[in-house]
Design a protein around this ligand. Structure first.
Ligand code: ADP
Ligand code: ZN
Length: 747
């Protein structure tokens, strides 16, 4: 017998090895193995087992790692699809489906010493006082961690060992699982009575699951995928919870994807509370980037062993080895963080849809502001649309007022940060002891430092981007590469040296500063990447806000999602058009989504909410449709715009970015690549090749960037053709190429 192995080093090739007799029968597709490669020993995954190989003189597999196959055949198939569709080496795709902590041999179960009381036979020995005290504790607890016992009895391990010598206790190594949520006590929750719209949604999702488990010959299967479009606070999560319960009843598991930023303890608790007790009781595994390697190892194995049948996690949890898999939920499916920005550049929502098809599982995509692509798929009949048009308990949608900031301009003093309307609204909330959220999607104090005389802007020496002023540290910082420098005393331009430099543009620090001056008695807190360095910081501020210890919370996108605070009756969006003028065809869509999400934070309690949107282009459709909570209206007009320009969903995009230190070499390579790409046109008639052109972010981390954009309807075909062109493509040593299929970041 031989095994085909994909090695961890990227060679875009698999190798055959012989299976030595002592390993026969222990190894299967998906096993992790160690094999010789040249003089080295390398880790890999078995992708096939066969009778014989076309190659002679095979080297033997050295050893198998772990008792169980790590990658299931189904996940292996998914990884292959990712390699092909997203144009990356199969090894790279395989790596992404297994967390590093599981792939590497070193992280393992944590074994700890436990002390157990043994049945007392015969006469109980007379013990010295210290030992007797230790025994009393063990007898009462029956089983206890050695370390805990030593601490509790204020004794030493040697004293405990003496009891073992007397035959009173046994000390043994046992696996102790690391549970990232061990410290929390979670109260069980019961299913709620659904409102009619929720009930219809659940019924359709459940029916689709039933049809898959026991298909009747004549019935047609509904589509694989549902899009649950529900306004913020419409009770989508409750629908997810009950759909998962249905999957469990059928003996199947579920994966729930949420954006990393929404993976707050609040969210995890809701899922644990529902499934940690009762007749369907099962473990809920949590996978996200803040776990330690050991915790990740344990969570993953709980799933692989079938003990945890529900997984909640960020992007990469889509690869969790849940089997059998009945349901996949992608919450906030429009979120851009589902896209991985390094190879393999997969989109977890699209992978979810593919995995659902492959494993015959039902997929539910949920959002208050679905991605244009997903909503269009409903129109085309690919997905089934489910709608929750109203908030639970008939709460009204907040009243949104758009403030024209061009009129707020004061003579000779420029535009203030706060319009008189927003200032007045904040004053009222402070008087009524209600809470306010202020949103601005830029951290720092000022977004640039400009010379008043020559117009010089302080830019990052490594990136084509203005440096942001951070006031607490008195530094200028690059938000791309994190380069920092001292604030100059005069214009850095040698010929100018004018001491009159001014800060322009604004960030959350400045909002906090100005707000503090306007409302000296208000309790204000800021929440952005600069102040929230650790997970606990985030939690602490949210707890304080919940308890009413904060009047006004200022923040970046960190506060845009998923937060639910009944006492927030006012939301102010400081600068709504900030994202609108970026060179990206999704700029309008993004602005609409952000405004809708942020507005959704207002009025989640009994009192109606109010939102102030400050904008310099108040009549832009993205702002106006968001004001009216009119998703369908926005969708129709945005779709028309995309159609005219042949952008998704009317085509699919592949973005090729070349990077290097020498601008000439990068440009030259891009032109060479373009000539190769033009040749594909004979196979793909609708292919449009644009560029090469300098990327919107022309230089980052000292590397020049050029882009070529490809558009076609037949992306799978294009991916295959791209693989054929880029694999043998020879580029200068210091020029690299990144292929991004269905990109979300065009910079
Ligand atoms: P969404 O996920 O759409 O933003 P949630 O599921 O978080 O909405 O629901 C908002 C609030 O309404 C939650 O506190 C939830 O417990 C409550 N809720 C949801 N469905 C119901 C229901 N059928 N009856 C009563 N309360 C509900
Ligand atoms: Zn930089």
């Amino acid at each position: 017998m031989i095994a085909r192995v994909s090695l961890e080093i990227a060679l875009r090739k698999e190798f055959d090895y012989s299976i030595p007799p002592e390993l026969a029968g222990q190894l299967d597709v998906g096993s992790r193995v160690q094999v010789p490669f040249g003089a080295r020993k390398i880790l890999g995954v078995v992708t096939a087992v066969a009778e014989e190989s076309g190659h002679a003189n095979l080297k033997p597999i050295l050893k198998i790692i772990g008792a169980q196959t790590l990658v299931t055949a189904k996940v292996l198939k998914l990884a292959r699809w990712i390699g092909e569709y997203y144009c990356c080496a199969p090894e790279t795709a395989l790596k992404s489906v297994l967390p590093e902590a599981v792939r590497k041999e070193d992280a393992s179960w944590r074994e700890r010493l436990f002390v157990r009381a043994l049945p007392v036979t015969g006469v109980f020995p007379k013990l010295p006082k210290r030992q007797q005290e230790v025994w009393n504790i063990v007898e009462e607890r029956r089983e206890i961690l050695l370390a805990e016992l030593v601490e509790l009895a204020e004794t030493t391990a040697a004293t405990v060992r003496k009891l073992e010598d007397c035959g009173l206790i046994a000390i043994a190594n046992e696996i102790s699982e690391r549970d990232p949520y061990a410290k929390e006590t979670i109260l069980a929750s019961q299913p709620l009575v659904l409102n009619p719209a929720q009930a219809v949604a659940l019924e359709k999702i459940s029916a689709a699951m039933d049809a898959r488990v026991s298909p009747t010959p004549n019935s047609q299967l509904p589509t694989a995928t549902f899009l649950l479009h529900g306004v913020t606070g419409s009770g989508k999560t409750e629908v997810y919870l009950q759909a998962i319960a249905h999957a469990l009843e059928q003996g199947q598991g579920a994966i729930v994807l949420v954006p990393e930023i929404a993976l707050t303890p609040q969210t995890v608790e809701r899922f644990k509370a529902r499934f940690s007790s009762g007749k369907l009781q099962t473990l809920v595994a949590v996978l996200h980037s803040h776990l330690s390697a050991g915790e990740r190892h344990d969570e993953w194995h709980k799933i692989r062993q079938g003990r945890a049948r529900i997984v909640i996690g960020a992007r990469s949890a889509i690869f969790a080895p849940v089997e059998p898999l009945g349901l996949i939920i992608v919450d906030e499916e429009h979120e851009h963080t589902y896209k991985q920005e390094e190879a393999p550049r997969y989109h977890a929502r699209d992978v979810a849809v593919m995995r659902g098809q492959m494993e015959n599982a039902v997929v539910v995509l949920g959002s208050a502001t679905p991605a244009l692509e997903s909503f269009y798929n409903c129109q085309k009949g690919k997905f089934t649309l489910l709608e929750l048009p109203e908030r639970v308990d008939d709460q009204k949608m907040p009243l949104v007022r758009v403030v024209d900031m061009r009129q707020a301009k004061r003579d000779g003093k420029g535009t203030p940060i706060f319009s008189p309307q927003l200032k007045e609204a904040i004053t009222q909330r402070l008087e009524k002891k209600e809470q306010t959220i202020l949103f601005l999607n830029r951290r720092g104090y000022s977004s640039s430092l400009v010379c008043e005389k020559c117009g010089h802007v302080c830019e990052c020496p490594n990136c084509s981007l203005a440096l942001t002023y951070h006031r607490p540290e008195q530094l200028l910082r690059c938000h791309i590469c994190n380069y920092t420098e001292q604030v100059p005393k005069a214009c850095p331009n040698e010929k100018c040296r004018n001491p009159g430099i001014r800060y322009s543009g604004l960030g959350t620090q400045k909002v906090e500063d100005v707000l503090g001056k306007l409302f000296p008695r208000a309790r204000i807190k800021r929440m952005d990447a600069d102040v929230m360095k650790r997970k606990e910081d985030y939690r602490r501020v949210l707890d304080a806000f919940k308890h009413g210890d904060i009047d006004i919370l200022i923040g970046t996108q960190m506060i845009a999602k998923g937060l639910h605070f009944p006492n927030v009756t006012l939301v102010g969006i400081i600068y709504a058009d900030m994202a609108l003028h970026q060179p990206d065809f999704r700029a309008g869509e993004r602005t609409f989504q952000l405004l809708t999400q942020v507005s959704g934070r207002a009025g989640r309690g009994d009192i109606e909410g109010e939102v102030f949107v400050q904008a310099f282009t108040p009549f832009h459709p993205a702002i106006q449709y968001a004001r009216r909570h009119d998703f369908n209206g926005f969708f129709e007009q945005e779709l028309e715009f995309r159609k005219q320009l042949n952008y998704p969903p009317f085509s699919r995009v592949a973005l090729l970015t070349l990077k290097g230190r020498s601008e000439d070499k990068v440009k030259f390579s891009a032109e060479h690549l373009k000539r190769e790409l033009e040749k594909i046109k004979t196979e793909l008639k609708d292919l449009v090749v644009s560029g090469p052109a300098a990327a919107p972010l022309a230089r980052a981390e000292s590397l020049y960037r050029f882009q070529i954009m490809l558009r076609t309807r037949a992306m799978s075909k294009l991916s295959a053709a791209l693989g054929k062109i880029t694999t043998p493509l020879s580029l200068p040593d210091d020029v690299t190429l990144a292929v991004d299929i269905d990109p979300v970041d065009l910079s």
